[in-house]
Design a protein around this ligand. Structure first.
Ligand SMILES: [Zn+2]
Length: 179
């Protein structure tokens, strides 16, 4: 039985910045994002991280280097996020794991018995928001990272359930919405 609810989280621009790092050590949590994830976990949401890491496909870093950073980073924060669910491909490569396809979200849903129709996707791009719609859930935009861009906002406005100034804001809306 798929009984869990999930909030799928994008990584770069939603949880951490900058958008493009020279080294993983540069990546810093966006203000309030750690507490926001903790609130979702306390409310019994599963929080899979779904991320495009085209740097792997470009040979800038390896899948293992990325995963090592990921487990260390979220381990130190003591945040039990799931995954990472990674699309390692370059944008020009056709692949089924690319956002806005449901592939990685469905994979996470199978791993963690998630009911996608009761779930949310939060990210800073139109791809995240449209993916939320494509899985039969709700897509929310954060106005951090790419989401600061007015064009991105306008592209995605027809598809989104909510947009907030950052993760903390969107999580506040979800928790209120669930009451
Ligand atoms: Zn891919």
């Amino acid at each position: 039985m798929k009984t869990n609810k999930a909030v799928f989280l994008d990584l770069n621009g939603t949880l951490v910045l900058p958008l493009k790092q020279e080294s993983f050590a540069e990546l810093k949590l966006i203000s309030g994002a750690g507490r926001a994830v903790a609130r979702l976990l306390e409310a019994n949401f599963i929080c899979p991280v779904v991320t495009i890491q085209s740097g792997i496909g470009k040979g800038r870093f390896t899948d293992k280097e990325f995963r090592d950073w990921f487990f260390d980073f979220f381990g130190q924060l003591k945040l039990d996020v799931k995954g990472p669910y990674i699309c390692p491909h370059r944008f020009v490569e056709p692949c089924e794991c690319k956002k806005t396809n449901p592939f990685l979200y469905e994979h996470a849903a199978t791993d963690h018995a998630v009911d996608l129709s009761r779930s949310y996707v939060i990210g800073d791009t139109a791809w995240d928001v449209i993916a939320g719609k494509n899985i039969g859930g709700r897509g929310c935009l954060v106005r951090t990272g790419w989401g600061e861009n007015e064009t991105e906002y306008q592209r995605v406005e027809p598809f989104m359930a909510y947009s907030g100034k950052n993760l903390s804001d969107v999580v506040g809306w979800i928790l209120k919405n669930e009451k």
